[in-house]
Design a protein around this ligand. Structure first.
Ligand SMILES: Nc1ncnc2c1ncn2[C@@H]1O[C@H](COP(=O)(O)OP(=O)(O)O)[C@@H](O)[C@H]1O
Ligand SMILES: [Mg+2]
Length: 214
């Protein structure tokens, strides 16, 4: 199977020290580890929001430094743990990514479909400020799904969701990712999520990879 990301001799501050890590395309990779171990930092490196001090990261066999940042972030999108929700309606928030990506916007029907995937049965005209934390997280997830990157980097996507919603939403997400031949790299604390969906588990401890499974 081809590598989506290849990491060699990577160092970032005193935070990460990764000798070797390969992340395969079309797989569901889960990153696990204690709080403060460097999981979010790793996702930020993969998205080239930050650059490593030593070593190299290749995305599809090209070093991240050679990628045009705009093109890279069209292909590799990160959903942060505390995603930004903008002033305006649910529809405004779903469409805002299209402005940034210079893609043509989509019809309401497609917006409603993506809200179903993340189990957010809201009116498109509802004020997004009235949503709960978990609902905002799902709205942001819907926004990323609509933009259809090749790689989804998800930082604890279910941290604000109850078990049952997590199971449903993750199932939908994984199904979507598989159907469209995408790649998902997700930080999670949920053993249930790892057990149900992980095809590759990467455990980080104090900035180092301690297990590579799958
Ligand atoms: N920009 C930064 N500058 C300095 N230290 C940071 C920075 N970002 C995160 N850290 C530190 O790096 C460590 C790893 O952080 P993080 O990647 O957020 O961990 P995790 O997501 O696994 O909880 C933590 O000790 C954190 O305080
Ligand atoms: Mg984190």
């Amino acid at each position: 199977m081809a590598h989506m990301f290849t990491l060699r001799g990577l160092k970032y501050k005193e935070i990460l020290d990764i000798v070797e890590l390969d992340i395969h395309e079309h797989r569901i990779t889960c990153i696990v580890g204690e709080s403060g171990s460097g999981k979010t930092t790793l996702l930020r490196l993969l998205n080239h929001l930050i650059s490593c001090d030593e070593g190299e990261i290749w995305f599809q066999n090209t070093p991240l430094s050679k990628w045009d940042p705009v093109e890279l972030r069209r292909k590799v999108m990160m959903l942060s743990q505390m995603p930004a929700i903008f002033e305006g309606t649910v529809r405004d928030n779903l469409l805002i990514g299209f402005k940034f990506c210079e893609k043509p916007p989509v019809e309401d029907g497609q917006l409603l479909d993506v809200l179903k995937i993340v189990r957010l049965p809201k009116d498109l005209s509802q004020d997004s400020n009235s949503l709960s934390g978990g609902e905002k997280q799902r709205l942001a997830m819907a926004r990323v799904l609509l933009l259809g990157p090749q790689v989804f980097l998800l930082d604890e996507p279910s941290s604000a969701l109850d078990e049952e919603t997590t199971q449903f939403v993750m199932e939908q997400l994984v199904h979507h990712v598989k159907r469209l031949n995408k790649t998902m790299i997700m930080v999670t604390h949920s053993r249930a999520v790892v057990q149900a969906f992980a095809e590759h588990v990467v455990e980080i401890k104090k900035g180092k990879i301690v297990t590579r499974e799958g």
